[in-house]
Design a protein around this ligand. Structure first.
Ligand SMILES: Cc1ncc(COP(=O)(O)O)c(C=O)c1O
Length: 502
């Protein structure tokens, strides 16, 4: 039998620490101190604890307080009692706090072991969570990708939501079983036909919880483990995360001024999925040329591959009409088109949509329901009214105008401050521009330097998943007040100058 003579000393020294849960009652503190000692194995498995009477005396507290703490430890499985012989530290731990270690004989208990190392994730889990760009960074001036949701018409939305709640029927509180709220699917189909030249019937439209979910469905249903996904390099990290989570192999394809640019050698790696952002390559801003669109469509036809067209911010084109979608050119049903309301309305709305070829309608509908149990029909109903009553078009017009002015002011500020030293690109559409930097400039260090001035730009090199990597900064102009652009623009320019010189 193992005995811990200094138990009272150990607990007493833990309890004496000023920062050891000072606001909790005495009994709770004793319970926490004993538990901590057990988990850290300062009290080893199987060792005998002092009697409640002795411990109360040694610690100078009421015996009932000790009994209460021990009872709690007993109830939670940290200690056990043997009639007439006292209280012992368990040789097993409760399932909920199993440490990493040897697999136990019994599925309900494991030998006590030390808590060490990282969280017990799968290899995939560790890979997916070890990715810094996945963090939601604080929205500060120039944060790329964020729309100015302070311009969202709150009052109109509130009125529409109130009406939905007042007039609607209980089915809207159920799961969405058939691809989403029908009037919303109708409104989206109409919008896409007119504004994006998408070839679509209502049946082909499915409402999802945003692009991530759309991509996940496509990857789950259209590709098998080990299949290859061609992705743009640089690429939207949200897409590569999803493909990796489905155990697909990523094949990065370089991007030039005409979008995804496969070389001869790329064609040797046959794709199952081809993920592209043709209207506004994310993050470089390149628009895919017609020749490239045709080439990819032909490739998809030959290889029975699927093109996943992410049309995430096509509403924001500042010169001329928005480009038509790639899907509209598809004559063989190889394109799955997806869009989102994250950029035009607000990110937390989490409503996106898929337009799938007719042959995929039924499988996608049933998988959407089986895998994701979609809901939020009330929001979908308000959104359907928002579009049908013309508020959506008005809102887009308003924010496009505002972003266009901000973009111009930011571009002018940067160009006048930096003169010939840099090139600004990708500013014809979207919500950010790209400041291109020479290869020797560490854009990640520059990102940190800018952050010291309260600016949230993102390093271009972060978006590459393979060499060669280009250096630059993504500078968002949507979520920044017009009257702050010159001030922060100058700060950013100083940071760029400092970093390019060093
Ligand atoms: C390329 C791209 N697609 C889609 C999205 C939006 O995804 P979601 O609809 O999941 O918010 C983003 C957001 O930044 C993006 O950059």
């Amino acid at each position: 039998m193992i005995i811990n003579p200094p138990t009272a000393d150990l607990l007493s020294s833990l309890l004496a620490q000023a920062d050891f849960l000072p606001r909790l009652p005495q009994g709770r503190r004793l319970y926490e101190a004993t538990k901590a000692a057990i988990l850290s194995q300062q009290l080893s498995p199987g060792s005998k604890l002092p009697s409640t009477r002795d411990l109360a005396r040694d610690l100078g507290i009421a015996r009932n307080t000790v009994i209460g703490a021990f009872d709690q430890l007993l109830a939670e499985g940290f200690v056990s009692t043997a009639t007439g012989s006292g209280t012992y530290v368990s040789t097993t731990l409760p399932v909920a706090i199993r440490p990493k270690g040897k697999v136990a004989d019994s599925p309900e208990s494991v030998p006590v072991n030390s808590f060490s190392g990282a969280a017990p994730l799968s290899r995939r889990g560790a890979h997916l969570t070890g990715f810094a760009a996945g963090e939601r960074f604080e929205i500060q001036p120039f944060a790329p990708g964020d729309c100015d949701f302070s311009m969202f018409p709150f009052k109109i939305w509130q009125r529409l939501q109130n009406r939905v709640w007042r007039d609607s029927w209980s089915e809207l509180l159920d799961y969405g079983k058939s691809g989403g709220y029908l009037p919303l699917r109708r409104a989206i189909a109409e919008y896409l036909r007119v504004s994006r030249s998408v070839k679509v019937s209502i049946d082909q439209v499915m409402i999802t919880a945003g692009t991530q979910q759309s991509l996940d469905l496509c990857a789950q249903l259209l590709a098998d483990v080990g299949d290859t996904a061609w992705v743009e390099n640089p690429c939207y990290w949200g897409a590569t995360r999803v493909f990796e989570s489905c155990d697909l192999n990523l094949h990065p394809i370089a991007v030039d001024s005409q979008g995804m640019a496969p070389s001869e050698s790329d064609f040797a790696t046959k794709p199952r999925l081809i993920y592209v952002t043709p209207s506004h390559q994310y993050p470089t801003g390149a628009v895919m040329s017609l020749a490239r669109r045709r080439m990819l469509l032909e490739l998809a036809r030959q290889e029975n591959a699927w093109i996943l067209e992410d049309d995430y911010d096509s509403e924001f084109r500042y010169t001329g009409r928005p480009f038509a979608a790639l899907q509209g050119l598809d004559t063989h049903g190889r394109v799955v088109y997806m869009g989102t309301f994250s950029k035009v309305l607000y990110p937390g709305i989490k409503v996106g949509y898929l337009v799938v070829p007719p042959v995929l309608v039924e499988p996608f509908k049933s998988a959407l329901y089986d895998l994701h149990r979609p809901g939020q029909l009330m929001i979908q109903a308000a959104l359907a009214d928002f579009i049908a009553l013309g508020h959506f078009t008005t809102h887009i017009r308003k924010i496009r105008q505002a972003y266009s002015e901000k973009r111009e002011l930011l571009r002018k500020t940067l160009v006048s401050q930096l003169q010939q030293t840099i090139t600004v690109s990708g500013e014809e559409s979207g919500l950010h521009l790209v400041v291109e930097l020479p290869d020797h400039v560490d854009d990640i260090a520059l990102e940190s330097l800018a952050a010291e001035s309260g600016i949230s730009v993102k390093a271009l090199s972060r978006y590459y998943i393979a060499a060669p990597v280009r250096r630059g900064l993504l500078v968002g102009y949507a979520y920044v007040n017009m009257d702050k652009i010159v001030y922060y623009g100058k700060l950013l320019a100083h940071a760029i100058q400092a970093q390019t010189r060093s």
